[in-house]
Ligand binder design. Structure first.
Ligand code: KG4
Ligand code: ZN
Length: 335
């Protein structure tokens, strides 16, 4: 089955073609047009700017995805599209495009939850029995830090979430506090490489508690206090704060995920979402999963941040088409 994936929840416009067969997904093309450079000039995403960029990129992105996969529009069997959560103006561009294609081509649409999509980035180009259930999935992105128990495809249970800021949001806000460009995550990762891990020690909220929830607003407040106490913010200080911020976030998310893995006696740990592009986080997860004797999976770096391949993959493994008339973009969608 050939699926066209469409993803427009925030600032990336993406279209992808996957081939799904016998429980496996093969990636044929994955085109991502990002308006990040524009948002870097405003220090964050301004929703209306993002939506306008989506309109510009949507059709050329779909055309490029088809060309790269060497297929015509009529060759697709179904469309998978993100219908939430995200920015309403951005979401509408993808959803209405998918509905129009469905009507004109008479192809089924599978609406996909963006967060579930992130998890399914792990299933791309894997053999069908690589990932074993039950699995614990950490979705760690700009808007979410969620722990989900997966008993099988489509059998998801939310077992932990953030009480305030998401981990990616903490990276972005702290990045701004120390003068790094947007998005803060990749900038902090680079700065942290030259940072001294011992100069600052930031709090690790809820790390010792038995619950599986997260909280990052205290970390942001602690960094703000340091920043206010520092007279001159030189490059080394920025690097040192970046290092301790990254260490604190990694410590918390790894510890909570391992706790969840042990509690539910899982066979696999799945990392996903934009923050999982962080190499230090990835390495720590891999080491600790091995220590626990659990299989560890993380998407290829390009599939960690927003992309349509993961949406097409989720549509394949959770194939429940919905008539286009019944699909509505939902910015507040949760699990
Ligand atoms: O999944 P994503 O592309 O969009 C959302 O669904 O939110 O995630 C974006 C988030 C941003 O907060 C960004 O700072 C963070 O992922 N991020 C990173 C890295 N790359 C992206 N955080 C830490 N290290 C990175 N290398
Ligand atoms: Zn995302």
């Amino acid at each position: 089955m050939t699926i066209l994936g469409i993803e427009t929840s925030c600032d990336e416009t993406s279209a992808a073609i996957i081939q799904g067969d016998k429980g496996q997904v093969v990636l044929k093309s994955n085109i991502i047009a990002s308006s990040l450079a524009l948002h870097a000039t405003t220090g964050g995403v301004i929703p209306e700017n993002a939506a306008r960029e989506q309109v510009k990129y949507m059709l050329p992105t779909i055309r490029e995805a088809l060309e790269k996969a060497h297929i015509e529009m009529t060759d697709i069997d179904a469309i998978g599209v993100t219908y939430g959560p995200g920015l309403i103006g951005s979401l509408l561009v993808g959803v209405e495009t998918a509905k129009t294609l469905s009507l004109v081509l008479n192809k089924p649409i599978v609406p996909v939850n963006h967060m579930v999509g992130h998890i399914y980035a792990n299933f791309i180009d894997k053999s069908s029995d690589d990932i074993e259930f039950p699995a614990i999935a950490l979705v760690i992105s700009g808007g979410h830090t969620d722990l989900l128990l997966l008993k099988g495809h489509g059998e998801l249970e939310l077992v932990g979430g953030t009480r305030d800021d998401a981990a990616g949001e903490a990276f972005d806000k702290i990045g701004r506090l120390i003068g790094l460009p947007y998005p803060g995550g990749p900038a902090i990762e680079q700065a942290a490489k030259k940072g001294d891990p011992k100069r600052f020690r930031f709090p690790r909220p809820l790390i010792g508690s038995n619950e599986l929830d997260f909280s990052f607003s205290g970390l942001k407040a602690a960094v703000l206090r340091e920043v206010n106490n520092i007279r001159t913010m030189d490059e080394q200080t920025v690097n040192d704060i970046a290092r301790s911020t990254q260490d604190a976030i990694i410590d918390v998310v790894v510890r909570k995920t391992m706790k969840a893995a042990a509690k539910f006696d899982v066979k696999s740990i799945l990392l996903s979402g934009g923050v999982s592009a962080n190499q230090a986080l990835h390495d720590e997860f891999k080491a600790q999963s091995e220590g626990l004797g659990v299989k560890f999976f993380a998407p290829a770096k390009i599939l960690c941040t927003d992309n349509a391949a993961m949406i097409a993959s989720a549509a394949f493994y959770n194939y429940k088409p919905v008539p286009w008339q019944d699909i509505t973009a939902n910015p507040e969608l949760y699990f």
